[in-house]
Design a protein around this ligand. Structure first.
Ligand code: XLS
Ligand code: NI
Ligand code: NI
Length: 436
């Protein structure tokens, strides 16, 4: 049974697909072997601190709906919040959690005070992590909520804000490192602009490039072995965010020489906001060698903003995990639920049920993806589609052994006339539907 907030709720267990218990896993059996590995080690689920323990249920039209006993800005409140957080992680049996500095400690009057409070909570976490075995998937600094960051952090016109942000990030990296975090995330919450009338874009991009280089240098100096991850998002809160999508981030990393140092944390909802599918962003990151981790939270199909809902669509999730397993699966990354309840979901039970459903959807999707991979259901037809490139002449064109003139001459000499072939999209879609 839970202890504090979740008093009358029992730990969530795997009960199999026939179970009618709303607080049991029906598809997520952590010990099930899939592709030669435990499901838990494939999926690497993480629960986020901010949406579950900090968000009050407010929206643009109304204030809080949640009344949580740990809401308040003292260190006592912060510790009660941590107690509830770990109670929840344990009840769910998740291996990882994620947090921002801002989520876990009250803001201090100075940077030094904010940092010492963060350090104190980190000690509190360390003891709980030791006791429960829950690990840190990633830590991050919140460089977007406080008014000092309204015009950006690294991209602020005021160098004092850049410096202040550097101080916060250093402290967060220290704590993440100390707690054995497996990654460090930077989401550019307000690194963007509202209007070009007051924005020098070239300068701001250089500032952001410098900031990220400082982070990478520091990572190496302290011996942090985790990955540095940038989380792309096209807009919201700023009208135009610099880390728009995976392609934009890759171009940015190349420009500042960071493409071998930094990877991406891809969020499903952000992919949709950027006009892409989640699997597009995953496949591109894998192709560019910068795939790191995922935030598995969807948007509402109609609303056009980041509604951070728990995943509930198995076919969608299956196609995403297919790209991930095809690329070799997670290394330091994992499946973080950067997702929140709807504001009427007031009960402790709602917090658990949301994650139970999400983890089951992910498990079903992942297992479908693994079966497609094992059966070569998609990779065989894909291989056939590109088989022409196995010929010696085709390879010579790609390796740079042929000039444009030589290629043109050969087409004429051999009287080549390409034969259009079916892309077989519907047949392939039907194949996927056999698995999901
Ligand atoms: C907001 C982002 C944020 C990051 C962490 O849209 O998803 O929650 O994941 O700062
Ligand atoms: Ni988001
Ligand atoms: Ni996110």
């Amino acid at each position: 049974m839970g202890k504090g907030f979740f008093t009358d709720l029992a730990p969530v267990r795997y009960e199999g697909p026939e179970s009618l218990n709303p607080l049991a896993y029906r598809h997520y059996n952590p010990d099930e072997m899939v592709l030669g590995r435990r499901l838990e080690d494939h999926l690497r689920f993480a629960v986020c601190y901010w949406h579950n323990l900090v968000w009050t249920g407010s929206d643009p039209f109304g204030g809080y709906t949640f009344e949580r006993p740990w809401f308040g800005d003292t260190m006592d409140h912060a510790k009660r919040k941590a107690d509830v957080a770990f109670e929840m992680f344990e009840l769910l049996g998740v291996p990882f959690f994620t947090f921002h500095d801002f989520d876990v400690r009250p803001e201090g009057a100075t940077l030094a005070e904010s940092i010492s409070r963060l350090e104190e909570i980190a000690d509190y976490f360390a003891a709980k992590m030791e006791k429960t075995g829950v690990k840190l998937l990633w830590g991050t600094a919140n460089l977007f909520s406080h008014r000092r960051f309204m015009a950006g952090a690294a991209t602020n016109p005021d160098p004092d804000v850049f410096a202040y942000a550097a101080g916060l990030v250093k402290a967060c990296m220290d704590v993440t490192h100390r707690l054995g975090g497996e990654n460090y995330v930077l989401w550019g919450g307000r690194e963007g602009y509202e209007t070009l009338l007051n924005t020098d874009m070239g300068r701001e991009l250089d500032q952001l490039g410098r900031f990220l280089s400082l982070v990478v240098d520091y990572k190496h100096r302290i011996g942090f072995k985790g990955a540095i991850l940038v989380e792309p998002k096209p807009q919201e809160p700023t009208k135009h965010q610099y880390d728009f999508d995976v392609a934009t981030v890759y171009g940015f990393l190349k420009r500042y020489g960071l493409e071998n140092e930094v990877k991406v944390n891809i969020e499903q909802g952000h992919a949709i906001l950027a006009g892409h599918s989640f699997e597009h962003e995953l496949a591109l990151a894998a192709a560019l060698g910068i795939f790191g981790s995922i935030d598995m939270n969807r948007n509402d199909q109609q609303s056009g903003w980041d509604t951070d809902q728990f995943p509930n669509n198995v076919p969608e999730v299956a196609l995403a995990y297919y790209q991930i397993v095809k690329a070799g699966g997670f290394t330091s990354g994992g499946t973080n639920f950067d997702a929140k309840l709807r504001r009427q979901s007031l009960d402790p039970e709602d917090l658990l049920a949301a994650h139970v459903g999400a983890m089951d959807v992910c498990a079903r999707g992942f297992k479908a993806a693994a079966r497609m991979l094992e059966d070569k259901a998609l990779s065989r037809p894909l291989g056939e589609r590109y088989a022409g490139w196995e010929s010696a002449e085709a390879k010579a064109m790609l390796s740079g052994e042929r000039t444009l003139e030589e290629i043109a001459e050969r087409v004429m000499r051999e009287d080549i006339e390409p034969l259009p072939r079916s892309g077989r999209q519907e047949i392939l879609e039907n194949i996927v539907n056999r698995y999901v």
